[in-house]
Unconditional design. Structure first.
Lengths: 313, 390, 228
């Protein structure tokens, strides 16, 4: 009878010891394997998806909810999107009413990360309420806070920090990977900030026109003199723009556009000596680019190069 | 012995009405304490089980029983609302899961509870059919409620008017049933659950209606003023009353930070987080954080005191009934004295008559016990969710 | 010599302190014998019958059924002996209200734990013979006095007792049924059973004249001796 108990007893003791030791000395496989999430982390905009991909690294999938060519301010999620959000390890939102659907959709609050909340005090209150339109999606007005804070690379860095914090808190990645990935992203965003510094230096005190309030955040940080003149890039020069143009004694040389202006608009700008500059906010995915960061760098470099080129003088 | 049992059976069968009445009376007296004990045990079990799975509740300072019973059991309680902005402090924390909850609305008499999706995860609720609510105006129904309503996925139910029949309050809304929950043997079985937006929709904070531009063209009498693209509309604009799938059509007037919630259920990661959170909140004083398990302990202590008193009364009643039963049995024996003497004279063993009477009494008592147990069981089946009823 | 079915030796008994006192020096009743016990009302016939059947104990003397004296047996054995070996027809019938006629007749078999199938057959046969065949499923409350008396008689005979004590068994019977009763009593005696018959009914007693021992209560008053 006793003999029957000896073998299982030893097995139990050995098993217990192995379990006890196992906690202190993880096997190399356990240590090196990245966390595996059940589904992709969802991002409401492409900038957020790009920042999240950079923070999480190549092993964790991130899905941008807004498809290419859509404006997040107008886009509506499908039932599949909303169901995916319920199951997703996390839902990244820009905030400041940039994705209006998110305020009424049933999202898991503990896994919904409002990436702009931490620097809310830095949000720009846009009470002017300018009404304008983007292509065929109809007019809308801006009231409340300007949601384009990612256009300031240092605020984008803050958004990335919120993503990193959530990633660690919710267990999407482990600390080691997070630190390495974040350092790389930080370098890239500081490079963008440095480009803005160079652009601001080159522009000096001259006023720059912009067709949208998208650029107010980098303008504020780098002291750019920015005047928002509401012109749809797809359309032509407007009467209001002409009046504003006429009022100015010192004419601006650069006009910032979110998208390539139409041929008609370009020719008007050319006649007036206004150089159209495309600085794309990349709110939704753009074909040919894997990350919004690449789009921003490309556009900023092009603007910086233009400003620094000898022919510009 | 066989002869004795045969005689008992014949005797009881002969006096079947009297025996049945006696058993029923005795059963009723047994039923009361038995049912009372089961009732309290069940009540205690249900309350504690629910409380044990809800570590913390945060709400406005006030009656802690109301806060606890309202949020855990959806019992009607006037909980002072908290602003939605208070919830984000907790929902953003990574060392706990916080579930804001909005109570106070009803569908066909059942509570309609607004929660975030984490509620379903934390409570372990599962769908028997359909899918989770995704948009405002979508709800899932608890199993019992769905059964009572004979509801099906895709069906429409109308919310109970939030402000009675007052014309100035928001109208009742059509709500789409997206799913039916599996039975959870919890208050959720008798409730409808939706998103917070759904309850805000019923509050009237969130609503949808035709665009101002369309209304300007269709009903110019609603336009109070206009300037360029800006249109100021009268309050007589009729908001949508049907379940809306167009999220863009729905909008809030005012800040969403001020939207009301009733309380926040909190699941901290560990005991330390729980203790620190509770200490900090209660020391600060703006909100009140309680441990449902403690509140239920206090509640049960009061309930048990009441039960002890009732038990004593039932003992007295039982004693009275036992005396009555003894008198009836003795009277019966006396009436049958001739028969019992005959048994002795015929040669039945000594004590045979006493055993005969004893067995008859025992049979009636056992029948009464069986009746009481069966009645108590039936009553417990008839009241599957006692906590909800109470 | 065979053991007597019933024997009384030096029995003395008195009702209360001042009641009539009587004594029996010696009485013996052999198996297959009948004794008729007569006497005026109140002379103690029923009491003597109860003494003989062990229901009561005499103040002095020995009464035995077979070899077993009632006074020498512990209560349980005494009861068992009476149940097994004695059959009693009480003056007041004393049927069980809860039982049917058949069940009442079967009662001794139930108490004795006898096999039910033959007992039931005998009960039905007795009921048939005494004119109760149509009434076997009735309850005593649904019967006349005479019918109840016949049921009580059948019950006493069911287990074929060694000694049958019958106290006024024909008190409520008409002539036809009394004749039937006599026939069954004669069969009992012919089958080897002893019979003590208490009766005033000449129709019942007449067939036993000369064939039975005639005991009269007057013989036992003041210690008069009667011997068999």
């Amino acid at each position: 009878m006793l003999r029957n108990l000896v073998l299982p007893g030893w097995c139990w003791i050995l098993g217990t010891l192995m379990i006890a030791c196992g906690g202190q000395t993880p096997t190399p496989t356990e240590a090196s394997e990245p966390v595996k999430l059940e589904g992709p982390v969802l991002a409401s905009t492409w900038p957020l998806a790009s920042l999240a991909s950079a923070v999480l690294g190549p092993h964790q999938p991130v899905r941008c909810l807004v498809p290419a060519g859509e404006d997040p301010a107008f886009w509506q999620p499908s039932d599949e999107d909303l169901a995916a959000a319920l199951q997703a390890p996390g839902v990244l939102l820009n905030g400041a009413q940039f994705e209006p659907w998110a305020s009424t959709a049933n999202l898991p609050s503990s896994r919904t990360i409002r990436t702009g909340r931490a620097f809310r005090s830095q949000w720009i209150d846009e009470t002017s309420g300018a009404t304008h339109s983007h292509g065929a999606q109809g007019a809308h007005s801006h009231k409340g806070f300007d949601p384009h804070y990612w256009m300031d690379p240092l605020l984008a860095l803050e958004q990335a920090r919120a993503i990193q914090s959530a990633a660690l808190g919710l267990g999407w990645i482990d600390g080691g990977i997070a630190t390495t990935q974040f350092a790389e992203l930080e370098t890239r965003l500081q490079e963008l900030d440095a480009l803005w510094v160079e652009i601001a230096t080159e522009l000096g005190s001259q006023t720059v026109w912009a067709n949208h309030g998208t650029y107010t955040y980098p303008a504020r940080r780098h002291g750019l003199r920015l005047a928002v003149v509401d012109i749809d890039p797809d359309k032509s020069w407007t009467q209001e723009a002409e009046i504003q143009w006429a009022k100015l004694e010192t004419k601006p040389r650069y006009f910032l556009f979110e998208d390539q202006p139409s041929i008609a608009l370009q020719s008007t700008l050319h006649r007036k000596g206004l150089q159209p500059i495309v600085l794309r906010p990349a709110e939704a995915p753009i074909d040919g680019y894997s990350s919004a960061l690449d789009v921003w760098r490309e556009d900023l470099r092009a603007f910086r190069n233009l400003l620094q080129s000898p022919s510009n003088d | 012995m066989k002869g004795l049992l045969w005689l008992v059976r014949k005797q009881l069968a002969h006096h079947r009405v009297r025996s049945a009445l006696l058993a029923a009376c005795l059963g009723l007296v047994l039923f009361i304490p038995l049912r009372g004990t089961w009732l309290v045990q069940r009540y205690d079990h249900d309350l504690r089980a629910r409380a044990a799975t809800t570590p913390l509740v945060l709400g406005q300072p006030g009656n802690r029983f109301d806060l606890c019973l309202g949020t855990l059991f959806f019992r009607q309680a006037r909980l002072r609302p908290m602003p939605w902005s208070a919830a984000s402090e907790w929902t953003d924390r990574r060392d706990m899961v916080a579930v804001p909850m909005h109570l106070g609305h009803h569908v066909q008499g059942a509570p309609l509870v607004g929660v975030t999706p984490e509620y379903f995860e934390r409570r372990g609720l599962q769908l028997a059919a359909g899918q989770w609510p995704l948009r405002p105006g979508e709800i899932v129904l608890g199993a019992t409620f769905a059964q009572e309503l004979q509801a099906r996925v895709g069906g429409i139910v109308r919310s109970d008017p939030a402000f009675g029949f007052g014309l100035d309050g928001p109208a009742s809304q059509e709500l789409r049933i997206t799913g039916i929950l599996k039975r959870a043997f919890a208050p959720d079985d008798r409730a409808a659950l939706g998103s917070l937006s759904t309850t805000w929709l019923l509050d009237g904070h969130l609503h949808g209606h035709d665009s101002a531009q369309d209304l300007r063209a269709q009903q110019p009498d609603l336009v109070l003023a206009e300037s360029g693209d800006q249109v100021l509309l009268s309050g007589a604009v009729v908001p949508d009353q049907e379940a809306q799938r167009d999220l863009k059509r729905l909008h809030l007037h005012g800040s969403n930070e001020a939207l009301p919630i009733s309380a926040i259920l909190i699941w901290p990661d560990d005991e330390m987080v729980r203790t620190i959170a509770q200490t900090e909140v209660n020391a600060e004083g703006t909100w009140h954080m309680l441990r449902p398990a403690q509140v239920i302990d206090d509640l049960m202590a009061q309930t048990l005191r009441l039960k002890t008193l009732i038990d004593r009364l039932v003992w007295v009643l039982g004693l009275g009934m036992a005396c009555l039963f003894a008198v009836i049995s003795l009277q019966s024996a006396q009436l049958r004295a001739a028969e019992l003497i005959t048994l002795r004279r015929m040669g039945a063993p000594p004590g045979y008559a006493a055993r005969l009477i004893g067995l008859e009494v025992l049979a009636v008592a056992l029948s009464a016990g069986g009746l009481a147990a069966a009645a108590a069981w039936c009553a417990s089946r008839a009241l599957p969710n006692l906590v909800h009823v109470l | 010599m065979n053991d007597p079915a019933l024997s009384l030796e030096g029995v003395e008994h008195r009702y209360g302190v001042r009641g009539p006192r009587w004594s029996v020096a010696s009485l013996r009743l052999a198996p297959g014998q009948c004794a008729t016990l007569t006497g005026p009302s109140g002379s103690g016939k029923t009491t003597l019958l109860e003494l003989m059947s062990g229901i009561q104990s005499p103040q002095r003397g020995r009464i035995a059924v077979g070899r077993a004296a009632w006074s020498e047996l512990p209560p349980a054995e005494r009861q068992a002996l009476r149940l097994r070996r004695c059959g009693l027809v009480f003056q007041g019938f004393e049927l069980f209200a809860a039982l049917t006629v058949l069940d009442n007749i079967l009662l001794p078999a139930r108490l004795l734990g006898l096999p039910l199938v033959p007992a039931r057959a005998r009960a039905l046969e007795l009921a048939e013979r005494i004119g109760l065949a149509a009434l076997t499923q009735r309850k005593p409350a649904q019967l006349s006095h005479g019918e109840r008396q016949r049921v009580a008689f059948c019950r006493a005979l069911l287990h074929q007792p060694a000694v049958l004590f019958a106290d006024e068994p024909s008190a409520n019977l008409d002539r036809v049924h009394t004749q039937g009763l006599v026939g069954m009593l004669q069969e009992h005696v012919e089958a080897g059973g002893a019979l003590v018959l208490v009766s005033h009914d000449e129709a019942l007693l007449e067939p036993w004249h000369g064939a039975a021992l005639a005991w009269h209560m007057a013989d036992f008053v003041h210690a008069q001796e009667a011997s068999v």
